[in-house]
Design a protein around this ligand. Structure first.
Ligand SMILES: Nc1ncnc2c1ncn2[C@@H]1O[C@H](COP(=O)(O)OP(=O)(O)OP(=O)(O)O)[C@@H](O)[C@H]1O
Length: 432
C-alpha cells in the first residue's frame, strides 16, 4: 500500500473495514519470548471484537500493531485487503480511531478542540469542523452548547470518556481501537457508556477492536471474543454464546470463572426480545378516564409519560383510584431499563423494585414498552439452545498462514487438516 493510499470503506451498509493480522510477531528487544507470537486473526468488517486474557499476555501490543503505534517484528497487517504494513504510520493512524482509558484528552485544549483535532490535521475548514464537533457531541449524548467550550478537567470521568469516543470518531474512520476504554469509571457509568457504544455501533457499524480486563464487558459488547494466553496465543476465538457454553480449554474455563450460567444473562439485550405494550397516559389526565381505558384494555397498570415521551410514573388501578390528579413528578424508583441493557440488567431492575416487569426506554429515553420476567426466562432458555449449534467463527490461530477460502466460502480441507494437526500437537488454535 503506498503512502497516498487511504483505507477504503467496505461496500454496502457496513462502514467498518476488515482487518487481518497475518502471522504477526512482536519481539521486544531484550525479551526472551515474543510478546505476540505468529498471530493470524481475522477481524470481520462491522463487528466488535474483544481481546481478553491475563495481564501481560500481549493484548495491548496486538492492538497497537493494528495502527502501528507498535511496529510488528514480522508478519503483516491487512486492512480491507490492502497490506498497510509499509504505509506511512501517521497517515494510517488518522484513519483509525483510537480510544484509551480516561479518554486521553489534551488538558489544555477545549472539548471542541480535542474532538476537532484529526479533522483539523486533515485540513477541514472551520465551519465543517464546528458542525462535526456538535454532531459528535449529540451522538455521545452531551449537549453541544453546554460542553463544547469546557476543558477536560471540568468534566466527569464518564464525560471525558465520551469525548474520547467522539474524538476517535471525528474523521469517520472505518476502524476504532479501544484500550480499556471504560476502565476508569464507576460501574453504573460504565454500564451506561457500554450501552451508548452499542447504540452508536448500531448506527455506524464500525469495526471495533477493544481490549478489556472485564470478561463480562467482553460478553456484553463483543460479537466475537478472543481469549489470549501468554504471547498472544489464542485459546479460543468465538462468539460469547459458544465460549460460555463450550469453553475450548481448562484455561478458558478458569478465565470465565464460576457463574458461567449467570453470565448467559448478559448475552441478550432488551431490544432483542419482545416487549409488551402498555397503556400510557399523561399528567393532568383525569384518573377515572385512565381507569376506564385500563379496564377496556384488560390491564392493571398505566405508564405516565412526560411531554418528551419518557416514563415518569407507573401506577396501578388501585393507586389511580386514590388520586385526584396525575402529577408530572418523576418517580425515582421506577424499574427502568434501556433497549441496550442486558437481560441481566433488566432482571436486576425488577428485583430491586420487586416488580414482575421493567419499563423500557429507547433512543433519547423515550418509553417503548414493558419487559416481563417470563420474557427474560424464555430468552435464556432459547439462548442456551442456540449456543449448542455450530457457527462460522472468524479464523484465529498461531500456527501459520490463514487457511485458503474455497469457492463455496469454506476454509479448504488442507488448511483445516493443518489446523487439526496443530491442535492435536497442543498448539493454540482459535477454532474449536
Ligand atoms: N516496550 C516494551 N518493551 C519490552 N517489553 C514490553 C514492552 N511493552 C510490553 N512489553 C512486554 O510484552 C508483554 C505483553 O505486553 P502487553 O502490554 O501487550 O500485555 P497486555 O496483555 O496488554 O497486558 P495488561 O493486561 O497488563 O495491560 C508483557 O510481557 C510486557 O512486559
Amino acid at each position: 500500500m503506498s503512502e497516498t493510499q487511504t483505507i477504503q470503506n467496505s461496500a454496502e451498509k457496513v462502514s467498518g473495514a476488515s482487518i487481518l493480522l497475518d502471522q504477526v510477531t512482536k519481539q521486544y528487544p531484550g525479551q526472551a519470548k515474543p510478546a505476540v507470537g505468529g498471530l493470524t486473526m481475522e477481524i470481520p468488517a462491522g463487528s466488535i471484537v474483544m481481546f481478553v486474557g491475563p495481564s501481560g499476555c500481549g493484548k495491548t501490543t496486538t492492538l497497537k500493531m493494528i495502527n502501528r503505534l507498535i511496529e510488528p517484528s514480522d508478519g503483516s497487517i491487512v486492512i480491507n485487503g490492502d497490506n498497510v504494513t509499509g504505509m506511512n504510520g501517521d497517515k494510517l493512524r488518522r484513519q483509525i480511531g483510537y480510544v484509551i482509558q480516561a479518554g486521553g484528552l489534551f488538558p489544555h485544549m477545549s472539548v471542541a478542540a480535542n474532538i476537532g483535532l484529526v479533522p483539523k490535521m486533515l485540513g477541514w475548514d472551520k465551519d465543517r469542523i464546528a458542525a462535526r464537533v456538535d454532531e459528535l457531541l449529540e451522538l455521545v449524548s452531551l449537549d453541544p452548547k453546554t460542553y463544547r467550550n469546557r476543558y477536560p478537567k471540568e468534566l466527569s470521568g464518564g464525560q471525558q470518556q465520551r469525548i474520547g469516543v467522539a474524538r476517535a470518531l471525528a474523521a469517520d474512520p472505518p476502524i476504532l481501537l479501544m484500550d480499556e476504554p471504560f476502565g476508569a469509571v464507576d460501574p453504573i457509568t460504565r454500564q451506561r457508556l457500554q450501552n451508548e457504544l452499542l447504540n452508536i455501533q448500531a448506527e455506524l457499524q464500525k469495526t471495533i477492536v477493544c481490549v478489556t480486563h472485564d470478561f463480562d464487558e467482553a460478553v456484553k459488547l463483543g460479537d466475537w471474543i478472543a481469549i489470549f494466553n501468554e504471547g498472544a496465543q489464542i485459546e479460543q476465538y468465538d462468539s460469547p454464546e459458544r465460549i460460555l457454553a463450550n469453553p475450548a480449554s481448562e484455561f478458558v474455563e478458569n478465565f470465565i470463572g464460576s457463574g458461567a450460567g449467570l453470565k448467559q444473562l448478559t448475552l441478550n439485550r432488551v431490544h432483542e426480545v419482545e416487549q409488551q405494550q402498555a397503556v400510557t397516559a399523561t399528567p393532568g389526565e383525569p384518573p377515572e378516564e385512565i381507569i376506564a381505558r385500563l379496564e377496556e384494555a384488560g390491564q392493571q397498570n398505566v405508564v405516565i409519560l412526560d411531554s418528551r415521551g419518557r416514563a415518569i410514573q407507573w401506577l396501578s388501578q388501585r393507586q389511580l383510584s386514590r388520586l385526584q390528579v396525575i402529577s408530572d413528578a418523576a418517580d425515582p424508583d421506577l424499574p427502568l431499563v434501556n433497549e441496550q441493557s442486558t437481560l441481566n440488567d433488566a432482571l436486576d431492575a425488577m428485583l430491586v423494585a420487586s416488580t414482575g416487569a421493567a419499563l423500557v426506554a429507547g433512543r433519547r429515553d423515550v418509553f417503548t414498552g414493558l419487559i416481563t420476567v417470563n420474557t427474560v426466562m424464555d430468552a435464556i432458555s432459547a439462548g442456551q439452545a442456540a449456543a449448542q449449534g455450530d457457527g462460522d467463527a472468524p479464523v484465529g490461530l498461531n500456527t501459520g498462514a490463514i487457511p485458503q477460502i474455497s469457492d463455496n466460502g469454506n476454509h479448504n480441507d488442507a488448511a483445516a487438516a493443518g489446523s487439526t494437526a496443530a491442535a492435536t500437537e497442543g498448539t493454540a488454535e482459535g477454532r474449536p
